[in-house]
Design a protein around this ligand. Structure first.
Ligand SMILES: [Zn+2]
Length: 313
């Protein structure tokens, strides 16, 4: 696996991989788009509510593509062009029946990015992340926020335009910060969110608010949730997280004042400082469970820890 430039200081983040050229310049070329759709080599990935069909066999998972002629009706989007000039589209619509795309010696199932992201190739995970993100956006932007009129896709599925007032609407992202905070002894702050299963802990996270920088959001969220004041906030990498439309921005930060934790008790039910030895012991005993791959939290904790952790990691 190679992450390319996509993941900042955290190479090989599961959903930050990709190798297909997005071909943005082609999105307004309707003649080229029509020819590409008609080309028998063109491959279409169907996505439906965050799921796509995946084929397992020969020890690996791969996306199931269909020819354009077999694609269902639905919003269509250009995903890109690969090094062999094969064009990829996505369609948001009902998934083909697994029997219709079955190949001997393999098994076809529908899966989400959480379930299958880490197992897919760079090409496939990049295509699926792109398609799921656009599919999720189109599903909830069918009408104009200004006047309630219908919007229609354009720019090969990378924008929508209102039929009444002509306003153009682009896919939206919700930027979220996620941050590993350390104390002067290089202990790491892990917390349990009220919504999570028992024993699950992770690093702190929250959405960036309007009029706020990502670094300001890091400091505000850490203080709101645990009472800890931080400085030396620095970026470590990012990952698209289209569930439904976040962009996770990873940070490290250092506690600068009191190390006494006061949880907000609404969102965060408990938080503790862990040395590496304490973390290893707590994972091994089953006292805590850490976030699984493909989350960026998993990777940021791993980068602080310095090596893979066994048990329920
Ligand atoms: Zn409108």
């Amino acid at each position: 696996m190679s992450a390319g430039p996509g993941a900042g200081g955290l190479p090989d983040l599961a959903l930050s991989r990709g190798e297909v050229d997005r071909a943005a310049a082609r999105r307004s070329d309707t003649e080229w788009l029509a020819q590409a759709w008609a080309d028998p080599r063109t491959r279409v990935l169907v996505v439906d509510a965050g799921r796509a069909l995946v084929r397992s066999g020969g020890g690996h998972d791969e996306l199931v593509f269909v020819p354009a002629a077999q694609a269902p009706d639905g919003v269509r989007f250009l995903l890109g062009i690969d090094a062999e000039d094969v064009v990829y589209f996505g369609v948001a619509g009902p998934l083909p029946h697994p029997d219709s795309v079955q190949v001997p010696g393999s098994e076809v199932r529908s899966a989400t990015l959480r379930e299958v992201g880490p197992q897919l190739s760079d090409r496939d995970v990049g295509l699926m992340t792109h398609a799921v993100a656009l599919g999720n956006w189109h599903a909830v932007h069918t009408h104009c926020p200004r006047d309630g009129a219908v919007t229609e896709p354009e720019l090969a599925g990378h924008a929508r335009r209102c039929v009444a007032d002509g306003s153009e609407h682009f896919p939206r992202l919700d930027p979220a910060v996620i941050m590993l905070v350390t104390d002067p002894e290089d202990r790491c702050l892990l917390a349990r969110n009220a919504m999570w299963p028992e024993k699950r802990v992770s690093i702190l996270a929250g959405f960036v608010e309007p009029g706020e920088s990502a670094e300001q959001a890091v400091a505000r969220e850490v203080h709101e949730e645990t009472g800890i004041t931080v400085g030396d906030v620095h970026y470590v990498g990012s990952q698209p997280w289209p569930m439904p439309h976040s962009l996770m921005l990873g940070f490290r930060a250092s506690a600068t004042g009191s190390l006494e934790i006061r949880v907000d008790a609404e969102e965060i039910v408990e938080a503790h400082w862990f040395s590496r030895d304490e973390l290893r012991a707590a994972v091994a005993s089953g006292e805590i469970r850490l976030p699984p791959p493909p989350s960026i939290a998993h990777r940021i904790i791993g980068s602080w820890y310095g090596s893979p952790i066994g048990g329920n990691w």
